[in-house]
Ligand binder design. Structure first.
Ligand SMILES: [Mg+2]
Length: 273
C-alpha cells in the first residue's frame, strides 16, 4: 500500500548506466552508434538525468566521453564505487560528502595507511598513479603469486582492523595479476544507493542498465533494471529471480538489443525516453 502510494509520486527520470559493454557502442555494432545519438537527443529533450557507474577511473571516463561522443552525465561513480564526481560547469569535481562518508566507513584509514602496511611485501608493485584513487589502492603482481599475496594482505588488514577488502583478478591483456583494495562493502551498487539518498534524486526515479557481474548488485537493488542483450542468460536470470523475489518483477527488462541499443530499448520500455 505504502509502496504503490509512493510510486505514484515519482516518475522515472534518471538513467544510471555501466559504460563498457552497456552504454559504449560495441565495435562490431554500427547500430549502437545510431542508438547512442538517439538516446542522447531524447535524454536531453526530456531533461533526464544521467549517471555513469563504472569500474573505469575518472581520467579514463573523461577519455571515453570524447572517444565515443557520450552524453555528459550529471554524476560519475568511478573505480567500482570508490570515487564519485559531480558535474560543475564544463567540468567535474569530486563529490566531497561521499569521500567524507568513505572516511567514516573505513575508520579514517586512508591509502597512505594501507600502503605503509603493505610496503615491505615482496612481489607487490603499486600501479601507476592514474589507476589509484583516494579509496582504491591497486597493485600488480605475478599471477602465480596472487593467491598467496592476497592471503597475506587479508591477514594484515584483519590484524590492524582495516576496513578494506582485497580482490584479485588476472589482466586479460597481459596475463599479470591485479590486486585492488577498496573499502569493505563498497561497490557500484553501494555508491549508487548512497547517492540516491544524498543526491538530487530518489531511488524510485532510477533505471539502471548493465551487462556483467559487477552490475549484478545494482541491477538487483530494487531500481528498475535493464539487462542488455549481450549480457549472459545466467545474469539475466539472476536479476529476474532477485527482483521477482522482491515483488518487483515489473522492474526487470531484458533487452534484445546489444549494449547501447539495449539501453535505448529499455529506456523506452520504462518510459524514460
Ligand atoms: Mg560492463
Amino acid at each position: 500500500m505504502q509502496k504503490s502510494k509512493k510510486e505514484s509520486f515519482f516518475n522515472v527520470r534518471v538513467l544510471a548506466t555501466d559504460l563498457d559493454g552497456t552504454l559504449i557502442p560495441l565495435p562490431d555494432r554500427p547500430e549502437n552508434v545510431r542508438a547512442l545519438n538517439e538516446l542522447s537527443t531524447r535524454l536531453t529533450e526530456r531533461d533526464r538525468e544521467l549517471i555513469f557507474c563504472t569500474g573505469r577511473h575518472f581520467e579514463s571516463v573523461i577519455d571515453a566521453l570524447d572517444e565515443f561522443g557520450l552524453p555528459r552525465p550529471a554524476w560519475m561513480i568511478c573505480g567500482v564505487g570508490s570515487a564519485m564526481y559531480v558535474r560543475e560547469g564544463d567540468g567535474y569535481a569530486r563529490f566531497a560528502p561521499y569521500y567524507a562518508h568513505l572516511d567514516e566507513l573505513t575508520g579514517h584509514v586512508d591509502r597512505e595507511g594501507i600502503q605503509a602496511l603493505l610496503a615491505d611485501m615482496e612481489g607487490l608493485t603499486l600501479q601507476c598513479a592514474a589507476h589509484q584513487g583516494e579509496y582504491k589502492i591497486s597493485y600488480d603482481c605475478a599471477a602465480e603469486a596472487m593467491e598467496g599475496l592476497i592471503a597475506e594482505i587479508d591477514r594484515r588488514l584483519e590484524q590492524h582492523g582495516c576496513r578494506f577488502r582485497c580482490m584479485g583478478s588476472v589482466d586479460p591483456f597481459t596475463g599479470g595479476g591485479l590486486v585492488d583494495l577498496l573499502p569493505e562493502g563498497v561497490t557500484k551498487a553501494y555508491a549508487l544507493a548512497w547517492l540516491s539518498t544524498h543526491g538530487d534524486f530518489d531511488p524510485e526515479e532510477v533505471v539502471y542498465a548493465g551487462d556483467s557481474g559487477n552490475d549484478l548488485a545494482a541491477l538487483t537493488h530494487g531500481f528498475r533494471a535493464i539487462v542488455v542483450g549481450n549480457a549472459t542468460e545466467a545474469l539475466a536470470g539472476q536479476v529476474r529471480d532477485a527482483l521477482t523475489a522482491k515483488g518487483m518483477a515489473d522492474r526487470f527488462y531484458r533487452a534484445e538489443g546489444f549494449a547501447t541499443s539495449g539501453v535505448l530499448e529499455g529506456c523506452g520500455h520504462f518510459g524514460l525516453v
